[in-house]
Design a protein around this ligand. Sequence first.
Ligand code: ADP
Ligand code: MG
Length: 396
Amino acid sequence: MNVHEYQAKELFVKFGVPTSPGRVARTAEDAEAAARELNSDQVMVKAQIHAGGRGKGTFKSGFKGGVHMAKTPAEVRDFAAKMLGETLVTHQTGPDGKQVNQVLVAQAVDIAKEYYLAILMDRATGAPMVIASTEGGVNIEEVAEKHPDKIIRTPVHPLLGLQSHQARSIAAALGFRGGPFRQATDLLLALYRLFVGCDCSMVEINPLVATPDGRVLALDAKFNFDDNALFRHKDVVAMRDESEEDPREVEASKYGLNYIGLDGSIACLVNGAGLAMATMDIIQYAGGKPANFLDVGGGASKEQVSAAFKIILADPRVEGILVNIFGGIMDCNVIATGIVAAARETGLKIPLVVRLEGNNVEAGKKTLAESGLALTAADDLKDAARKVVAAVGKAA
Ligand code: ADP
Ligand code: MG
């Protein structure tokens, strides 16, 4: 799960990570009021979407930039009016862009230097990793590619946590001295407490800044939370903004389905994450493109299968469906019954290829055969993939 920058700032305040004061606004008038509250001669107006690159983004209206500095409350109102309700396209949103429904009005800070700072779960070491760089504010992927020596990586022992000597080393390597050195060290330790305390999989501050008067502040925030730990963070769950998410995934999450929307045309319904991955691979291998990842798991109910099938059928990208079930714990007949129920309710007009194997497979095949649904049976995975790709090709 992701949150907006203004929400991330609330967590900064809670955990003692210094940031510039500000608040969210949903109308241009309220943005103006927020600017008056700040009582500052320079105020930032920042589009709130779950994507980065806002500063360099362009609105579909033609208006350039999702991050602006204003000198008066009236100017803040004008910027907010140009952003609210408009669609912002950045290199992270894809060509469709994202609609801006709120703006952050924050105090503008004088910047002496911009840095990059992130903490994330590192797959290679299986532990948290602090990533820092003096080359902040810009595209960090580019820095990693062209100047890998400018990226400081510090693995953290998951049981010991970030040690103060590690925080001091990072602050020193970034070139901080004196007062700012102590502030950067404290900020690192506070950010690590936030990372662990909120079960984040990533926190990214780009830019972290030093001001001419010697303060160190976080000016941007991108957080990613581990969905498996959300049950113990009601305050974080309350920050969820479903309008920022793929509607297919929002629907799937209501039924506890492991679903990820993709942009191909062949939907798949599979039990087991590994088998689901293999199914997507083999669809590609047969010349097709998967429309989703979907693992219904070993203990799915008929209702869950039915809901999954409806999500697939409601997806305009989908031109064919591959059901690939190897029933170990899963009862094949539960899958078959769920599919038949959903297909009856919504009407199935696209090719459906089914490969069923394992636990109670005979009953499952019987349910499908007696349903009168026009489906193609497949013997094995390769056969199934070939058949669904061929059927979609023919339909097109
Ligand atoms: P994004 O990464 O989505 O483009 P940022 O929050 O990083 O958005 O903003 C873009 C740039 O705007 C930053 O790199 C920084 O230079 C400037 N900026 C952002 N917030 C402030 C602020 N409160 N005061 C001064 N400058 C800011
Ligand atoms: Mg940024």
